[in-house]
Write a protein that binds this ligand. Structure first.
Ligand code: HEM
Length: 297
């Protein structure tokens, strides 16, 4: 695993550079609104701009993150936490399959933008060259780490030997195949629940099944189909490179318990079981809510 100290050494980034960048902090802060609007007018020219940043909500969130990233360039603190954040930026862009050229081109624009501000505010001074050199180093380090996350498929793991590389490639392919198998199994499970659904109606229509229990069974089957659909959607998202929402599994467990409650509710002697299942659904509901809240944050 890389450490920022090693990367700093490679780029000859020293304490003087950190102190130069802190000195630029106030000046850059006053330009941060202009920075955001300029970067956005630059990236809005990309063909896929609206595909990646489709609405105001996502754009505002991205702009806020970009602002924080910009402030971080001049914070003077460049430790492993900083490295972790950069690595995450690369992973997020790799996850959404943003072409790495877009990041490189934007970074080039940002570099020129910052150097332009330095040129304007420190004309002809030796400080200008010093500041520019430190800015170039920190921008190069950022680009290096963000793009490394792309090359290593979001893992930023630098393998030491060819054998390690092969093992990593094999396990990522294997996990992809497992995901595909899961999607196929979920499709089969959905078809089976649909068959159950049809059998219930058939039983009711031709074999004189009880009306009340048929309705309950059908509702139960629908609940399971709904939960499997959620799970399937999450799996497909994962195959497309997004994060898997574990809460889909909790949803499935809740649906299975609710189905049992529906069935038991027809049996008069099962009230204790219904109460226990109800309590379990409540607990799962709280976990589901907490997980969703956490994911949104
Ligand atoms: C130097 C260039 C760029 C920087 C420094 C940057 C910075 C960031 C940061 C800090 C995040 C948040 C990462 C996180 O969640 O931890 C982010 C997310 C994102 N970026 Fe960028 N970005 C750059 C270029 C672009 C470009 C060119 C596009 C699209 C045309 C783009 C689209 C996105 C999208 C869609 C997200 C996810 C937004 C969300 O759903 O929250 N970025 N970026």
């Amino acid at each position: 695993m890389e450490t920022l100290d090693r990367i700093k050494l490679i780029y000859s980034f020293n304490d003087k550079d950190a102190s130069n960048l802190i000195q630029l902090n106030d000046l850059m802060k006053t330009n941060s609104d202009e920075f955001i609007s300029n970067v956005y007018s630059f990236i809005s020219n990309f063909d896929d701009f609206s595909k990646f940043l489709p609405n105001e909500e996502i754009r505002n969130r991205h702009q806020e993150k970009l602002r924080q990233w910009f402030a971080g360039l001049f914070s003077g603190t460049y430790n492993n936490e900083y490295l972790r954040k950069l690595k995450r930026i690369g992973e997020v862009h790799a996850d959404i399959k943003l072409p790495s050229h877009y990041v490189s081109a934007t970074m080039n624009y940002i570099r020129n933008y910052i150097l332009g501000i330095i040129l304007k505010n420190f004309p002809g001074s030796s400080k200008r060259d010093e500041f520019s050199s430190s800015v170039n180093k920190i921008i190069d380090i950022n680009l290096d780490i963000i793009i490394s996350s792309y090359i290593n498929e979001g893992k930023f793991y630098i393998a030491n030997t060819k054998f390690e590389t092969k093992i990593i490639k094999f396990s990522s392919k294997f996990s992809y195949i497992l995901d595909l198998a899961l999607v196929i199994s979920l499709i089969i499970a959905t078809i089976m629940v649909f068959l159950l659904f049809i059998f219930e109606i058939y039983d009711f229509a031709f074999k004189g099944g009880a009306f009340e229990s048929t309705i309950i069974d059908i509702l139960g089957a629908m609940l399971i189909v709904w939960a499997i659909r959620e799970l399937l959607e999450e799996e497909v998202k994962k195959l497309q490179g997004h994060k898997f929402a574990l809460s889909a599994f909790i949803g499935l467990a809740m649906a299975a318990l609710l189905r049992k409650i529906l069935i038991f509710s027809l049996v008069p002697k099962k009230s204790i079981e219904v109460a226990i299942l109800g309590f379990l659904v409540l607990v799962l509901g709280i976990v589901y809510w907490l997980m969703n809240k956490n994911e949104k944050n």
